[in-house]
Design a protein around this ligand. Structure first.
Ligand SMILES: NC(=O)c1ccc[n+]([C@@H]2O[C@H](COP(=O)([O-])OP(=O)(O)OC[C@H]3O[C@@H](n4cnc5c(N)ncnc54)[C@H](O)[C@@H]3O)[C@@H](O)[C@H]2O)c1
Ligand SMILES: O=C(O)C(=O)C[C@@H](O)[C@H](O)[C@H](O)COP(=O)(O)O
Ligand SMILES: [Zn+2]
Length: 356
């Protein structure tokens, strides 16, 4: 099947290439003048990273393999520091490149290390999970976690390109694949309701990489993200809509010490945001939200006793301004709004609705 190229606009435009058998396109995404390419990938995924290194070697680059811990464990300052040391040892210069291969945790880390090494070298991302293809690798947001919370340190660096090799999805554990659907469903609620109708038409099929609508769902969600980040890279306003459901989601991830999948936390966070919207007199999309998430096997509730801790964690959300807590809510389907400084009673009442 032919590759689709989705362009992300902005001051540094780039392409997101989507298709099967597209690895040979990787070298076309690197800007000219590169000698050494540092390939950052989870040590646990050699069968996925090896072909990437081989494609780069074949294209004439000197390849340096930099394995990192699996998943969220890699998003730490300690791992970033080890990578900075390695880049120094291998003599990676400003005309060289970083390639990040893996799920969203790895692409977030690779983007951050590329953005900070020598104050910025180019990065090409090769997302290998559904979530990373439709969300994490697109848009130039990168970051690591700190003991105080999720993604608290990071930068905005648009990648030179993104390569989504759809064949890699076949090896994904089902639960990780389904977690990626949460970010696709988010795209349906905030911008492209066709995503919702495609999933609602056959939820079981949506949970499989070989489902009839998989490619369309992926491309539609990438397009949603490309449209938003192309207009507002640095989250001056519009980009906040991509954070729908994330205020509570990040608090839950921290509460779980990152043992919960990001997409699962986002699913719960979207039900909370839908409840907030309803209780604040905005859109009532609670039932549709619960139904579609449940239909693909995503969680919609969280422990009742966790509220005081979650409330505390949410105070460090990046959308907050001073003491004012801010949320993305829905004024209607595909019409996101903001809820600024809501009453504590409203926040707690919405949580009661999603408490297990
Ligand atoms: N920067 C952004 O805009 C953005 C957007 C959304 C999410 N994120 C971040 O992305 C992360 C979540 O990403 P994720 O869901 O991809 O999780 P992940 O990176 O932790 O990957 C999930 C698991 O899948 C494994 N894996 C990866 N590719 C595989 C494959 N093809 N086959 C088998 N196993 C594979 C990984 O090794 C890991 O164990 C979070 O850290 C989240 O904060 C960032
Ligand atoms: O790209 C964005 O902007 C998003 O908010 C997308 C989210 O899905 C993603 O999880 C992002 O990493 C959250 O960003 P943060 O600024 O809240 O850490
Ligand atoms: Zn997310």
């Amino acid at each position: 099947m032919t590759a689709t190229r989705i362009q992300v606009r902005g001051d540094s435009p780039y392409d997101v290439v989507v298709g099967t058998g597209v690895l040979a396109e990787l070298a076309t995404l690197l800007k000219p003048g590169v000698r050494t390419v540092a390939v950052i990938h989870p040590a646990s995924l050699p069968e996925i990273s090896r072909p990437v290194g081989a494609a780069l070697t074949e294209a004439g680059y000197e390849v340096v393999e930099l394995p990192v811990p699996d998943g969220e464990q890699a998003k730490s300052v300690e791992v970033a520091a080890q990578l900075w040391s390695a880049l120094g040892r291998y003599g990676v210069t400003r005309s060289d490149a970083v390639v990040g291969v893996g799920g969203g945790a790895t692409t977030d880390l690779a983007g951050f290390v590329a953005a900070t090494w020598l104050r910025g070298v180019q990065v090409v991302l090769v997302p290998t999970t559904l979530l990373a293809m439709v969300d994490a690798a697109v848009g130039g947001k990168n970051g690591i976690d700190t003991p105080e919370g999720k993604n608290l340190v990071g930068t905005f660096l648009p990648p030179a390109g993104v390569l989504c090799e759809l064949d890699t999805l076949a090896s994904m554990p089902r639960a990780d694949y389904v977690a990626g659907l949460a970010e696709i469903i988010k795209g349906g609620f905030i911008a492209d309701p066709t995503i919702l109708t495609l999933i609602e038409s056959d939820p079981e099929a949506a949970t499989r990489p070989d489902g009839p609508h998989t490619r369309e769902l992926i491309e539609r969600k990438i397009q949603v993200k490309a449209d938003v980040v192309g207009a507002d890279l640095r989250e001056a306003g519009l980009r906040e809509i991509l954070n729908y459901g994330h205020t509570l989601a990040h608090a839950i991830e921290r509460d779980e010490h990152y043992a919960i999948r990001h997409g699962e936390a986002v699913a719960i966070g979207m039900v909370y945001a839908a409840e907030l919207s309803r209780l604040a007199g905005r859109a009532d999309l609670v039932e549709r939200t619960r139904t579609i998430l449940t239909s693909v096997g995503l969680p919609t509730a969280y422990r009742a006793d966790a509220w005081p801790r979650l409330r505390d964690h949410m105070r460090l959300d990046k959308k907050n301004r001073g003491a004012k807590q801010r949320f993305v809510v829905l004024d209607d389907l595909a019409r996101p709004g903001r809820l600024e400084g809501p009453a504590e009673e409203l926040l707690e009442a919405a949580y009661k609705e999603i408490s297990a």
